[in-house]
Design a protein around this ligand. Structure first.
Ligand SMILES: [Zn+2]
Length: 318
C-alpha cells in the first residue's frame, strides 16, 4: 500500500513539474533482447527521442553542460545529455542510425579492454573511429573492474594502460570519466583527479543544476520501459547532509538513515537500493528513519527526496 501511495505521489509530481534541472541519461545496449537489464528496444528509443522533440527538450553535448557548470552559469530546464556506457556493438549497428536520424549528439564511455581484445559484443577500433563523426568518446576504464575494491597500485595500472590505448587508437586524451558499475570511494575520487579528469559522472538518479559537483554528476539509466517523465521532473537536492550512515554497515545491515534537509520540509522519501522508497516525516529539518535492512552486495545507495528534489549517495563495502 505504501508503495502505491509513493508511486501515485511521484506520478502527480511528474505532471506538475515538467520543468526542472538538466538531465543526463545513460544507455547501454540497443535492440538486444538477450540482456533485458541493460537493453533499450529501438521502438522505446524512438519513443523517448520523439518525446524530447515534442516537448521542447534540447539534446546537447556533454561538454557544453560541463563547461556551463564550470563557469557557474544557470542550467536551462530543457537541456538533456545522452551518454552510452560500454562500447557495445548494438549501438553501432542499431542505436546509431536513430541518433543520426534525430541529429542527437552523444558521448560513449569506453571500456578499452573489450575492444582491444575483440570481445564479440563490442565495437572494433575501426568502428569507433567511424562513430567519432557523430559523437564523442570519454573514459570508462581499461578492465571495467570493481575499482572501489582495488588497491591504489591496481587502480593506477588500470588508468595507465587504458589511457595509453585510448590515445594511441583515437588520438585524443579523454577529459571525463565514468566509474565502472557506478562504484567509487575517496581513494578512487582522489586518483581520478590526479589523472587530470575534468569531470566525473556517476550512475545515480538525479539532476544537474548550478552548483552541481563536477566530480559527482548524476545520470539516470534508461533501460527497459523507464519512468521518463518522472526522471525529467527530478531536480537536484542541494545542501542535504546525510548524518547516518557514514559508511557501509560492518554487518551488512542498515539500521538508521538520518539526514538534514530544508527546515520547511514536512515529508520526504528515503531510498535504499534493493528496498525502494519509503515515505518519512521530517521534523525541524531532520529525517530520522529507523529500520533493519539487509544490504545486498557491496554497493549501498541511499537517496533522499524532498518534493521532486533528489540526491543519491553511494557507500561501498569492502
Ligand atoms: Zn560499464
Amino acid at each position: 500500500m505504501k508503495t502505491i501511495i509513493v508511486l501515485l505521489y511521484l506520478l502527480l509530481l511528474s505532471f506538475s513539474s515538467l520543468n526542472a534541472d538538466a538531465h543526463i541519461f545513460v544507455y547501454h545496449r540497443f535492440g538486444d533482447t538477450r540482456h533485458p537489464s541493460t537493453n533499450t528496444s529501438l521502438s522505446e528509443l524512438r519513443k523517448e527521442f520523439n518525446y524530447f522533440k515534442k516537448h521542447g527538450y534540447k539534446v546537447i553535448k556533454l561538454e557544453k553542460l560541463v563547461n556551463a557548470l564550470k563557469e557557474g552559469r544557470d542550467i536551462p530546464d530543457n537541456w538533456i545529455v545522452l551518454t552510452i556506457d560500454d562500447n557495445f556493438k548494438s549501438f553501432y549497428k542499431k542505436g546509431l542510425p536513430i541518433f543520426k536520424e534525430f541529429g542527437y549528439p552523444f558521448t560513449i564511455f569506453l571500456y578499452l579492454k573489450a575492444t582491444e581484445e575483440k570481445y564479440r559484443d563490442y565495437t572494433s577500433f575501426a568502428q569507433l573511429r567511424e562513430i567519432a563523426k557523430y559523437g564523442s568518446f570519454e573514459y570508462h576504464s581499461y578492465s571495467h573492474g570493481h575499482m572501489a575494491n582495488m588497491s591504489e597500485k591496481q587502480i593506477r595500472a588500470d588508468f595507465d594502460k587504458g589511457l595509453a590505448i585510448f590515445q594511441k587508437e583515437l588520438g585524443v586524451r579523454p577529459k571525463y570519466f565514468v566509474y565502472p558499475y557506478g562504484e567509487y570511494n575517496e581513494l578512487l575520487e582522489k586518483i581520478t583527479k590526479e589523472y587530470g579528469f575534468e569531470a566525473v559522472l556517476n550512475q545515480n538518479m538525479g539532476a544537474v543544476s548550478k552548483g552541481t559537483d563536477i566530480f559527482d554528476i548524476d545520470r539516470c539509466a534508461l533501460v527497459g520501459k523507464p519512468k521518463l517523465k518522472t526522471y525529467l521532473g527530478f531536480k537536484e537536492l542541494h545542501n542535504v547532509e546525510i548524518l547516518e550512515p557514514k559508511s557501509y554497515p560492518k554487518n551488512g545491515v542498515l539500521t538508521r538513515v538520518k539526514a538534514k534537509v530544508d527546515k520547511n520540509a514536512k515529508k520526504a522519501f528515503v531510498y535504499i537500493r534493493g528496498h525502494g522508497w519509503r515515505s518519512v516525516k521530517v521534523k525541524d529539518g531532520i529525517i530520522d528513519y529507523k529500520t533493519s535492512k539487509k544490504i545486498r552486495g557491496k554497493r549501498m545507495k541511499i537517496g533522499i527526496q524532498v518534493g521532486m528534489k533528489l540526491k543519491v549517495k553511494v557507500f561501498m563495502g569492502k
